[in-house]
Design a protein around this ligand. Structure first.
Ligand code: NAD
Length: 293
């Protein structure tokens, strides 16, 4: 039987409709959800991601503005740009675009993102909530997209399922693992130094690949019927390639995401959903604040 295609574009369209209703309600009460993206230097795929984000923002009623910072900026400058947004009532979401230039370590900057506006879940407090399983404030966008797609797969719910994740970055692999553990899956995390990748993949009912290595996983590596989520996006000769060899994998998998058209379109809606959540919370805070006399 051919694999079920987990279509990110149609899921994104559904989520956009839901978001538009929420932003319309916010606008009726005078709140215009706004995201500021602090973008350091130049990066082709980041440019394209942020352009798409702005386009999706227009469709769902979220203003997306980009604060461009030169590549040569020092760490203190980036921290200042982020910290000054803490008390800005017109900004509901703040995101630091990654990857950063090599001289700017994310771990020395992430805590400057205002935690209550940290819509991509990068601040150590929000990362901690995710790992601790203690009332996640904002789930990072790409892992959230992975989970939204998994919810539509034949292997949902994940309780007791064997899952393998290739990649352990703090942006994708590690948070996906925490989210799956919270769903009671049995999770194996694989990375560049893992030996015998195939032996783990072959027994996994759910496989998530976020390695940045085009074609790394092939059909013969998979267990028949597995659900395969391909997060990888690498430009190869002007075309976007995933980490999974789609053609061979689709012959073996039970369900699979394409690249493009899988995780990517859902990711930017997931991020904007967090901005809307932050804007709704600001509304609650506004009504809860004591009246000035
Ligand atoms: P990263 O470089 O920070 O991490 C890659 C991880 O994969 C590391 O843990 C590394 O050890 C592991 N890895 C690399 N090669 C491997 C191999 N041959 N075998 C086993 N493990 C291997 O990358 P990232 O930021 O996590 O991104 C991963 C991929 O996902 C990239 O292609 C990126 O462009 C893509 N991405 C897509 C979206 C989206 O919305 N679709 C969002 C973020 C990242």
């Amino acid at each position: 039987m051919p694999a079920l295609i987990l279509d990110g574009r149609s899921l994104a369209a559904e989520l956009r409709t839901e978001l538009l209703a929420r932003t319309s309600a916010l606008r009726d009460s005078g709140i215009h959800p706004r995201l500021v993206v602090v973008f350091v230097g130049e990066n082709e795929s980041s440019n394209s991601y942020v352009r798409n984000l702005a386009r999706t923002g227009e469709r769902v009623g979220v203003d997306v503005s980009v604060d461009r910072v030169p590549e040569t900026a020092r760490l203190e400058e980036i921290r200042f740009r982020l910290e000054r947004l803490h008390a800005d009532p017109a900004t509901h979401g703040v995101m630091l675009q990654q990857p950063l230039p090599a001289h700017l370590p994310i771990r020395e900057i992430a805590d400057a993102i205002p935690a209550h506006k940290d819509v991509d879940g990068t601040h150590p407090t929000n990362q901690g909530h995710l790992a601790f399983g203690s009332g996640t404030e904002y789930v990072p966008a790409t892992p959230a997209a992975v989970m939204l797609l998994l919810e539509r797969s034949p292997h949902w719910p994940l309780r007791g399922r064997r899952a393998a994740i290739v990649g352990r970055s703090i942006v994708v692999g590690a948070p996906v693992a925490w989210l799956m553990i919270a769903q009671d899956a049995t999770v194996t995390i694989l990375h560049r130094e893992s030996r015998g990748l195939q032996q783990y993949l072959k027994t996994a009912e759910v496989v998530v690949v976020a390695a940045g290595s085009p074609g790394l996983v092939r059909g013969e590596d998979l267990m028949p019927g597995a659900t395969v989520i391909d997060v990888g996006t690498t430009m190869v000769n002007g075309a976007l390639k995933g980490d999974v060899d789609f053609e061979s994998a689709a012959r073996v998998a039970g369900a699979i995401t394409p690249v493009p058209g899988g995780v990517g379109p859902v990711t930017n809606v997931a991020l904007l959903r967090n901005v809307v959540k932050a804007a709704e919370r600001s509304q609650v805070a506004r009504y809860a604040a004591p009246k000035a006399t």
